[in-house]
Every structure is written in C-alpha cells, then in structure tokens.
Design a protein around this ligand. Structure first.
Ligand code: NAD
Ligand code: MG
Length: 478
C-alpha cells in the first residue's frame, strides 16, 4: 500500500488577538473585579500561558447577579419576544462572521483540533442562537401554556470540553425565554466566553442581560448559591452536580444538571462494519474523548469481535495526533495536566485489573498534554475502566452474545446519558432503543447534535433537557 505523507496544514493563529489580561463582563462593561486575584489560562498543546483572567469573588458575584436582576426587571422581560429575537439573530450572525476567529481561539485555549472547532463547535453555536431566536416570539405555541413567562435570573456554570457550545446551549434558550444570565466558564477555557462578551457588546445587547464572570469552583459555588438567583443550569462532573443539588435543595430555585456518562456503543453482527468502525472512532476519539456522551464502552457481538477489532485497530493507526491548529489533526491536546493525570491513572488501573491495553505507534509532541488513542480488550463489567468516566481517548471493549445480554450490559451503569446501536435491522433498532436507559440513542451513527433535538440524561447523568422545544421548558415558569 502506498504511504501518504501529509504536509503540515496549519491554520494561522494571527486572526486572534489575545490580550494579556481580561476582566469580568458585568453590566455591559469589563471590570477588574474586587478580589485582586487572577488565574492563568494556558494553551494545552504548548503549555504556554495565553492570558490572565480575574478570579471573581463574592462582591463580584453580587454585582453580576444584581446587574442581571436589573436588566431582567427594567429591560429584557418587558421588551417582548420579537425584539429579543432580533438580538439573538444579530448575535448568531456575528458568530458566523467571526467564525474563523472563534474556532482558532477555541482550539488554542482548549486543545481541540481546528477541524472540529471549525466544522462542529462554532457552526453549532451559531445554529443554537438561530434556532432559539426563532422560538423567542412563538413561546405561546411551544406547548407550555398560552402565555409562558420567564423564570428570572439564571446562574449558568459550564465545563471546558465544549466551551463556546456549552455557553450557547445555556445562553440562547435562557435569553429567548426572557431570562437574564450570569455565566461562569471553566477555569481552563475562559477565552471564547470572553470573546462572546465582546459579541454581546457588538450586538448592542442591553447591558446586564448577559454577564460573564471567570473563576474556579468557589466562584461557581458562590454563583449557584446566590440568594437572588432563580434558576441554576450546570454541566460538569456528577460530583459537583450532586453538591449543587444539595446546596439548592429546599430553595425555590429551578435546577437542570447535565453530568457524566459511560455510554455503550452496541455493534450487532449484521451491522455495516466499515460504517460502524467510523462511528466507534467518532464516538470515542472525537474531541479527545472529552465528551460526556462519548461511546466509551464498545459492546460488540462475540461472533464478529475479532474481525471488527482488526478493522478498528487499522483505522486507529491512521489517526493523527498533534498540533490542534493543523487541519489534518484528528486528536488534539488533552485539556489540562489534571485531566491527563486522571486519564493516565484510570488507564493504569485498567492494566492492573488485567485488561489488555493497545495503542497504535504514535509519536507525541514533547511539550503539552497528550495521550495516544487507546483500546482495552478483555474488559469485564467490574473493571474501573468499564464503570468510571475516563473523559479521554480510551475505549473499553466488551462482548455479548444475545440482544438481551447487550441491553443488560449497556444499562449496567450508574449513568444514562447516551447510547449507540449498529445493526441493519430497523426493528432491532426500535426494540433495543426502547430498552436502553439513556437520554439519547443514536442508530447507525454517533455524536450527532442538532439544536432542534433535546439532550439530557437519566440516573447519575442528571436531569432536565437542553436543546429543542424541550429545552425551553427549563427557562419558563409554569
Ligand atoms: P467540574 O464539575 O469540577 O467543573 C465544571 C464546572 O463547574 C467548572 O466551571 C467548575 O469551575 C465549576 N465548579 C466546580 N466546583 C463547583 C461548585 N462547587 N459549585 C459550582 N460550580 C463548580 O468538572 P472538571 O473538574 O472540569 O472535570 C472533572 C470530571 O467531570 C471530568 O473528568 C469528567 O468526568 C466530568 N466532566 C463532565 C462534563 C460533561 O459535559 N458532562 C464536562 C466536563 C467534565
Ligand atoms: Mg486553556
């Protein structure tokens, strides 16, 4: 077979203008905050410091919530759905105009390949704002009563795996429904949220409708526990989700939680194998596996397992790991040293518990945080790598003989966010999907997202739905 050498195809970082420091975005202005503390965000592909951001303290959280309250009462709740839609359409169009800049900035701060930030994240961000702009003046027809009302001020805390997309999932429906927001991005990926703050100014969004405050877990805790917040929306780890549920229990705050997952990707013996291999690869290696709905447990029917694994290994050997800004890169950098440490620890546990570890030959850059695509076979349901969310490019393979056994194994997890089914039989897709305890079930595809489709979990994956008409409900009083 001829071998193809790829020439480097780097996207230029010159389109982004990263400042050395950033303030908090409160009431339409950037301020230095009052805590006097800052934190650095780095490029995980080079470990180079990109910028310093403010660590918002209690007084800053107070100011941000007060700004959102004021904007809610004086402007946003009263202007009506069609005016709110105009702002949301304007934001969506500016995101499209600045798409290349946002994609590069996301890849630099997060480590994800430019191919994904450019072709998946940023287009979906714009699509979410367009989609919810469309709902803003039609809320009376959404199925939540003839005259649904907003809830008030929303506290929104998001993770680092899809920084701008999680912001869009949170802010677009909140604003469409007439709420105002205070959003806190994750500590390792604040830069696109701060760019979004500039976009709000560019769109002439009334001050205070969107407030962006940076900081770590303590800032997040102060925000969600703030007495003048009416609604809490959180995406992140099950552990923090549990702490938030406890903290708001007994208050009148409405809560949605989108937490972890350990999805089964089930391949039956009649599946189109080349397509299934692509779906398995996309399911676990997309975004370095930093995906809550990742297909991290491959369940393959025993009769085709050796054959499928051969093909999968051949495909994995073609994955290109490296510079996130290179357009040929499939797997970028792991988001942080802490996450890399966690992936290493769980992979070591997989070996120690007796599973067989395999990675293709793969040269990793000397600086930065990297992890080779990894496959574990001989995995049992009791192994930690079959039970715990690794949140990295690590796939655990289990086998099954009958459809009933596949369902039993797929559901044998405390999580319930997503699942995949690969088979040629339509009737089997329907029967299996019906029995899977997962919020999203993909059939003969994986990791497909659309703003019109609801997303969310069962069990320890959280509650509430984001996206689609269902996603409006979380931001409407009823
Ligand atoms: P995390 O839950 O600690 O952080 C998510 C967000 O919550 C961040 O913005 C963080 O600053 C904030 N936060 C932390 N403590 C808080 C508190 N007490 N109150 C309010 N906000 C708080 O997640 P992480 O440390 O970034 O990642 C740990 C694990 O979480 C990962 O290994 C992965 O398993 C999981 N995770 C899941 C998702 C998802 O999309 N479901 C996303 C990221 C991480
Ligand atoms: Mg960063």
């Amino acid at each position: 077979m001829p071998t193809f050498e790829y020439a480097p195809a780097p996207e230029s970082p010159s389109i982004v203008d990263i400042r050395s420091s950033y303030g908090l975005f409160i009431n339409g202005e950037f301020t230095d905050g009052t805590s006097g503390q800052t934190r650095k965000t780095v490029n995980p592909a080079s470990e180079e410091v990109l910028a310093e951001v403010v660590e918002a303290g209690e007084a800053d959280v107070d100011a941000a919530v007060a700004s959102a309250r004021h904007a809610y009462e004086r402007v946003w709740n009263g202007i009506g759905g069609s005016d709110r839609a105009k702002y949301l359409y304007r934001i969506a169009r500016i995101i499209q105009e600045r798409a290349r800049e946002l994609a590069v900035l996301e890849s630099i701060d997060n480590g994800k390949p430019i191919r994904e930030s450019r072709d998946v994240d940023v287009p979906l961000v714009a699509a979410h704002f367009f989609y919810y702009a469309g709902w803003a003046d039609k809320l009376g027809h959404a199925g939540f009563g003839p005259d649904p009302r907003p809830i008030g001020v929303a506290a929104q805390v998001i993770p680092w795996n899809f920084p701008l997309l999680m912001l869009a999932w949170k802010i677009a429906p909140a604003l469409a429904c007439g709420n105002t927001v205070v959003l806190k991005p994750a500590e390792t990926t604040p830069l696109t949220a701060l760019a979004f703050a500039e976009i709000c100014r560019q769109a002439d969004l009334p001050p205070g409708v969107v407030n962006i405050i940076t900081g770590g877990g303590e800032t997040g805790r102060l925000l969600v526990e703030h007495a003048d917040v009416d609604k809490v929306a959180f995406t992140g780890s099950t552990e923090v989700g549990r702490a938030i549920a406890k903290a708001v229990a007994g208050s009148t705050k409405r809560v949605t939680l989108e937490l972890g997952g350990k999805a089964a990707n089930i391949v039956f013996d009649d599946a189109a194998l080349d397509e299934a291999v692509e779906g398995i690869v996309n399911g676990i290696f997309f975004n370095q596996g930093h995906v809550c709905c990742a297909g991290s447990r491959l369940l393959v029917q025993e009769s085709i397992a050796p054959h499928l694994l051969d093909r999968l290994k051949r495909r994995m050997a073609l994955l290109r790991v490296g510079d996130p800004l290179d357009k040929n890169t499939d797997i970028g950098a792991i988001n942080s040293a802490a996450q890399l440490q966690r992936i290493r620890e769980l992979s070591a546990a997989g070996e120690a518990e007796g599973a067989d570890r395999w990675s293709p030959p793969c040269e990793l850059p000397a600086r930065g945080y990297w992890f080779a695509p990894t496959l574990f076979t001989g995995v049992s349901q009791a192994h930690r790598i079959a039970r715990e969310e690794i949140f990295g490019p690590v796939l655990s393979v289990l086998t099954f003989r009958t459809p009933a056994e596949a369902v039993e194994k797929a559901n044998n997890t405390p999580y319930g966010l997503s699942a995949g089914v690969w088979t040629e039989k339509g009737s089997r897709i329907l029967a299996i999907a019906d029995q899977l305890r997962a919020g999203v079930v993909w059939a003969n595809t994986f990791n497909k997202f659309d703003p019109s489709s609801p997303f969310g979990g069962y069990k320890e994956s959280g509650y509430g739905r984001e996206g689609g008409r269902h996603g409006l409900e979380a931001y409407l009083a009823h």
